[in-house]
Structure formats: C-alpha cells, structure tokens
Design a protein around this ligand. Sequence first.
Ligand code: NAD
Ligand code: IPM
Ligand code: MN
Length: 351
Amino acid sequence: MKIAVLPGDGIGPEIVAQALKVLKALNLKLDLKEAPIGGAGYDAEGDPLPDSTLKLAQESDAVLLGAVGGWQYDTLPRDKRPERGLLRIRKELNLFANLRPALLYDELADASTLKPEVVSGLDIMIVRELTGDIYFGQPRGISTLPNGEREGINTMRYTESEIRRIGHVAFNIAMKRNKKVCSVDKANVLETTELWRQVMIEVAKEYPEVELSHMYVDNAAMQLVRAPKQFDVMVTGNIFGDILSDEASMLTGSIGMLPSASLDANNKGMYEPSHGSAPDIAGKDIANPLATILSVAMMLRYTFNDEANAVRIENAVKKTLSQGYRTGDIYTEGCKRVKCSEMGDAVTAAL
Ligand code: NAD
Ligand code: IPM
Ligand code: MN
C-alpha cells in the first residue's frame, strides 16, 4: 500500500499524525512517504505543489492530505497560494469525483446546532464534481476596462462528458444505498446547469431502479437544514458541492467530522477532511482529527478494497464517542474533553 502523506498547513500536520497512528495500528504493509504541499510546499520550494510532491502522488496508490492554507499566504500571487496547490493536484490526478458523506453518529445528536430529531439517523452522501465548473473555467482573472474600472471574471462551464461521468458515480453509489439521487443545480438561471440537468436525466435512464429528483441549489441549502433526512445521494457541481458540504457538516455535529474521498476513474484517490487548515486553532493540539481518521477508512474502502478494516476504523470512532471522548468542537456537557492527540490515542486504543 503505497501512500503519499501530505500534511500541509495549519492543523494539517496535527490531524494527519492522528490518522497515521490509527492506520499503523492496523498492522498493514504500508509504504508511507511524506512530502510538502500548500504553504509548506511554497516555504520549502517556492511552489504550492512542488514537482517532487506531484511525482510522489502520481506514483502512489493513494494520497492522505491534511489541509492547506494560512493567512501568511493570502497576499501571494494566486499561482503561489496554497489553495492552488490543492486544486492542481486534484486536476493533475484527475480526481473528478469527490465523495463527502454526512453521517451523524448517534452519540453526537446533541452536538449539532440542529434539533436532535431533525438530524438523528442522518446519512447523506454528497457527490461533488471536483475538476470542472467555475473553479477551472476560462477565461478568468481581474482586468481593467477601457473606462479604468476593474472587472473580475470567472467562467462556469461543464462539458457533457464531465457531467455524465460524475452522474454515473452518483447513480452507482445510490444503487448500493437507498436508490435516490437528488441532482442540485440552478437550471432556472444558469445554462451550464441546464445542461447538467439534461445530462442527469439521460444518465438516469440507465438506472431504472434509482429515483432521480432535481432541486435548485438555494432550495437545497434550505432543505438541508429544514429536513435533511429526505436526502440519500446528492450530486452537484464543484462550487455548489463545496458550499453544501460545509453546510451539511454541521448536521453531523462539526466540520471536524466530515471526511472525503476524491477519486479518479480507477478509484485511485486522495483522502482528506472536508475542512480547511483552521489557522485560528493551529498548533494548539485541539483540532478534531476524526474527519481525517474517517478519511483513512474511506481510503481503505475505495482504493484498497478493504471494507473490513474501513469498518473497524469507523467502529473504533463510534466506540470512542460512546466512551465520551470529545474535542472542543463536539463537546457537550458531561463528556470528556480531550486534545487532538488524545483523541487519536483513544481511537487507536478502541481499535
Ligand atoms: P476552515 O475549515 O479551516 O475553518 C472554519 C472553522 O472551522 C474555523 O473556526 C476552524 O477552527 C473550524 N475547524 C475546521 N476544522 C476543524 C477541526 N478539525 N476541528 C475543530 N475545528 C475545526 O475554513 P476557513 O477558516 O474558511 O479557511 C482557513 C484556511 O483553510 C484558508 O486558507 C482556506 O483556503 C483553507 N481551506 C483549505 C481546505 C483544504 O485544504 N481542503 C478546505 C477549506 C479551506
Ligand atoms: C475544500 C476547500 C477547497 C475547495 C479550497 C481550499 C480550494 O474549500 O476542499 O472544500 O474549494 O475545493
Ligand atoms: Mn470547502
């Protein structure tokens, strides 16, 4: 199992260390190699995705990533910023399918800001397209108009084949779940997503058992907090998926609980928590490492076809929560408040 470990910035190294503790406790045959990305890549080599890091990722079966970004990098030219390193590695590895499962562990029903009855039993899979949309569309930039005024430009675009391949991912996942796909778009206003809707309808014909529905993204944002359990699989584009998955994370108690898998067509993948580098709490050993630990479970499931060990990790997380261990973001009265590293130890012990 050749795994590239890219801790990145902020809380990245702290949470990745916990995920590695858990992974190593499984006694698998691992070949782990670490490399810098994001601000760490810029600091080391003047590039948020150094060539050596990209090469290592390309030669590995899977990538484990912490997070990138930090205030000190926010004024760099755009191509030097940490976020560009992350976007580039996703594009270079063709990781077009981003799976973000929003699953509420019963033990955390009180940790959500929503009422327990609204979120209890929640299990949604958000399928976010990751290598297209307004994130990558040309033209883009800031230019100056003839009248001297500046104009910012980004372009939302999707080709039919890009939509079709993410559609198939969503429907295949739905076939193994409750056979419901909700495609989220803004087809009432944006042509790109009008095409999105047309292609989803075409793809759905190949999956007669799956029920396809469509929802405008503004309504979807509202429905996610009104009645989130109506959803099974949600499929959407890059930008809507970015926003809706952060929203959905709070249904699970905290953004620190939401793992992710970013897959190519052959299930080679990069695994990272859905949250960022949390510069406000970095270096304090208080971040929640569970999203990263659960991302390792996704790695075992999707890239290494090791469902048994994936479930072992998920059960260990569940056990740790039922024993009352909580980092600050999911803490409720009567529980044991622990640090990031203590949470990693507790999951390892539960394993
Ligand atoms: P963020 O997700 O880093 O933080 C948002 C809030 O959630 C903060 O209050 C933070 O403390 C909290 N939080 C996040 N993860 C947590 C965890 N594991 N445990 C406890 N609390 C946690 O988002 P932001 O503040 O908008 O962005 C900070 C930086 O991260 C920016 O540079 C941004 O570009 C970058 N970012 C990177 C990724 C990524 O690497 N995939 C994702 C999102 C943002
Ligand atoms: C995420 C992040 C990234 C994104 C940023 C940091 C480029 O927010 O992984 O969700 O927008 O995809
Ligand atoms: Mn995001």
